[in-house]
Write a protein that binds this ligand. Structure first.
Ligand code: GLC
Length: 693
């Protein structure tokens, strides 16, 4: 059951798709009263909004998608404010996405669980037992907000339904079905900021092939463009992108170009000129187009809040699909601003004003911060406006008042138009910035992480939280974007990446080369990546089922075993689909790790020589050895999982001759979803093959 509480005049974010029945909608005072009856206190005033409720000692809080912390979010403060901040250190409150969904769970009274979605388009803070250990406080600047409350309604026709899973499915019904990527997008991707020419890309393609390591796609970062101009190709460095793309595609490898939010200001550049002529860009209060410095220098931001701008920008992707491109990544769409004209002027003025004769503790540190403060500044986010049409009225909204919707609407622009351009065919699309609602149009990668073991652990914890919020096609920059990766970190990260729908090795310019073939004994990398391909029919099937049925692909153990007290605290093991548990190794020099099994399971070990070793393990704690070149997973008793033979890419996989691993001695069978991997039509009932007894 879903209730909607309306305070003030909430901005229509388009996060949700379900209409809530009138009798379940509560407005202002009625909403305050209704929430009070559930021990939640709401304060609406001129100075802001707050929502408070009590947390019992045992209460667990799940959710918030892309955020720091553990799977249980308690004990910290989080701020949803899409931020271009590559340094995801322990203390950070905001990352690239804004995912305001939480579940409050009391293990001793599981039916009292509740979900809350705070539909609010800009900065909102979640203090989850941080300021006061027994209080959850959600607060934001204005009192115009819609809150959805989701109460469990157990469905006896769903196997093992429980309040946690049920709340997620109801929430996902509310926000609409998740984006579905083409099957090749579940293949391994190689990327790096620094590939400049066709020859650089060719080297990557050939080196993977030579090393026998499977590869489905190579990303083109900003250097494929002419002077970082969206929808252009530098013809000196890529003389014929269509021919090149066709050649690679014929061998099953696809190119995936990046698109940035800022459009370069340059006379004669058609995208810029059309945007100016048709008023497609964000404007300042004085009506002039806002100027933001990004990769190409001075740019304008398309006003993605305006339908005409969305249609126009989205149709531009056709320039690249006409060259055979079938996938894109949308970047810098928080939007990231290096500087604005006004900001730059101000900084220079402030630097000039510094008295250099004697900088003391205060003046020195404020001097140091002057230049840094020019990027992604609040002043800039307050300087430009969007044109919005709601309830039949068109009006201007300050960017900062709807900041979290920008990346969402950039990807919506691409998603809506690519659906027309490539009618009936799926397109790969993933974004850096996001808000709930964007999950219907594309996936996300988790942004500029680092080659830190801690970031591998963070990504493991983040996956189920993202799934709760509808983001299924997701994954991290494997190996880490910033810093230099070590061989063992890359292998361990790949061994986890084998299971994430988006499996991409990506790194920053200036860091150590990070392609798998750059390291000693590349056959170890081959063994690990091969496992992705052996499992691809299964992973694809579970991914599609989770999307269509509004379920989670990755779950915390507690979602499957809600009354097992050990499972409530596990942050480094996940349930994948309905059959598997994974327990990735994420510490350096570890030869294995302790794994907790909530029930008897079959340990399935993928060996470097292609053999699969299986062993029944009883419930409880076990030390499991995992050499760097092996991948291990656990299959629940009573379940089987199909595997195929590895191939150089997903186009070349044998989808017909599948063997089963797991509890093969039992009566178990597996319902495999299969299709051509690209048509948009998904028929879960018809496209099922039963494998096994
Ligand atoms: C941003 C992206 C990163 C990309 C770089 C250059 O930092 O997050 O993935 O490589 O820009 O385009």
């Amino acid at each position: 059951m879903i209730k909607k509480f309306i305070f003030g005049k909430p901005f229509e974010t388009d996060a949700t798709v379900l209409q809530i029945a009138k009798e379940n909608q509560f407005v202002q005072n009625e909403a305050v009263e209704e929430l009070k009856a559930q021990n939640c206190e709401v304060l609406c005033s001129e100075s802001g909004f707050s929502f408070e409720c009590k947390l019992k000692e045992e209460t667990i809080v799940y959710g918030l998608g892309q955020a720091m912390g553990n799977i249980n979010k308690r004990g910290r403060t989080y701020t949803s404010y899409c931020s271009d901040d590559p340094s995801h250190t322990e203390n950070k409150e905001s990352l690239y996405g804004a995912h305001n969904f939480i579940i409050i769970y009391n293990p001793s009274d599981i039916n009292s669980s509740k979900g809350f979605f705070f539909d609010y388009p800009t900065r909102i803070t979640f203090d989850i037992g941080y300021t006061k250990i027994d209080k959850l406080k959600v607060s934001c600047k204005t009192s115009d907000i819609a809150i959805f409350e989701i109460l469990p309604e157990l469905n006896s026709s769903i196997k093992n339904d429980n309040p946690l899973k049920n709340i997620v499915t109801q929430f996902r019904n509310l926000i609409g079905q998740s984006y579905i990527a083409p099957r090749w997008a579940l293949g391994f991707m190689q990327s790096r900021w620094g590939y400049r020419t066709e020859q650089d890309i060719r080297t990557v393609y050939e080196s993977y092939k030579k090393a026998g390591i499977p590869l489905d796609s190579i990303c083109l970062d900003i250097d494929y463009m002419k002077d970082y101009k969206d929808f252009t190709v530098d013809s000196e460095r890529f003389s014929d992108l269509k021919k090149f793309s066709d050649e690679l595609k014929a061998d099953g490898v696809r190119l995936v170009p990046i698109i940035d939010a800022g459009v370069k200001i340059e006379d004669g550049y058609d995208v810029y000129e059309e945007g100016v002529k048709n008023d497609f860009f964000c404007k300042k209060q004085d009506g002039k187009n806002f100027v933001a410095g990004v990769w190409p220098g001075r740019t304008h931001f398309p006003d993605f809040m305006k339908q005409e701008s969305r249609e126009w920008f989205g149709q531009k992707y056709k320039i690249l699909t006409d060259m055979g491109i079938e996938g894109f990544w949308n970047d810098m769409n928080e939007p990231a601003i290096f500087y604005s004209d006004e900001g730059l002027e101000e900084v220079i003025k402030r630097i000039k004003a510094v008295d250099t004769s004697n900088l003391d503790i205060n003046s020195f540190f404020s001097f140091k911060d002057i230049v840094l403060a020019v990027s992604n500044s609040q002043d800039d986010y307050n300087r430009f406006y969007h044109e919005v049409t709601q309830d039949g009225k068109t009006y201007k909204v300050k960017h900062n008042d709807i900041h979290n919707l920008y990346g969402y609407n950039m990807t919506r622009s691409a998603g809506e138009e690519l659906a027309k351009i490539r009618d009936g065919k799926r397109t790969l699309l993933f974004s850096r910035s996001s808000y709930i609602g964007m999950h219907r149009y594309g996936g996300i990668w988790t942004g500029d992480n680092c080659s830190w073991w801690e970031h591998l652990a963070l990504e493991i914890r983040m996956m189920p939280s993202l799934n709760m919020c509808g983001f299924l096609y997701t994954g991290a920059d494997i190996g880490g974007f910033g810093c230099n990766v070590s061989r063992d970190l890359l292998l361990r990260w790949l061994a986890f990446g084998v299971f994430t729908p988006l499996m991409r090795n990506h790194s920053a310019i200036g860091t150590r080369d990070q392609e798998c073939y750059q390291f000693e004994n590349s056959e170890d990398f081959k063994s690990v990546v091969n496992v992705r391909y052996r499992l691809l029919p299964y992973l694809y099937s579970e991914y599609i089922k989770a999307s269509v049925k509004n379920e989670m692909y990755f779950k915390p153990l507690s979602f499957e075993y809600p009354t097992d007290s050990r499972c409530l605290e596990i942050n480094d093991q996940l349930i994948l689909g309905n059959e598997i548990m994974i327990a990735p190794v994420y510490t350096q020099n570890a030869k294995g790790r302790m794994v907790y099994l909530p029930q008897d399971m079959i340990l399935v070990r993928f060996m470097p020589d292609g053999k699969i070793i299986q062993e029944k393990i009883s419930a409880g704690d076990h030390y499991i050895e995992v050499p760097l070149n092996e991948v291990v997973m656990f299959v629940k008793l009573g379940c089987v999982v199909p595997v195929t033979k590895p191939a150089l890419n997903s186009d070349k996989l044998d989808y017909d001759n599948l063997t089963l691993v797991g509890d093969i001695a039992s009566e178990a069978s597996y319902s495999l979803y299969f299709d051509d991997g690209y048509t948009t039509k998904i028929d879960l009932d018809r496209n099922i093959k039963i494998l096994g007894k």
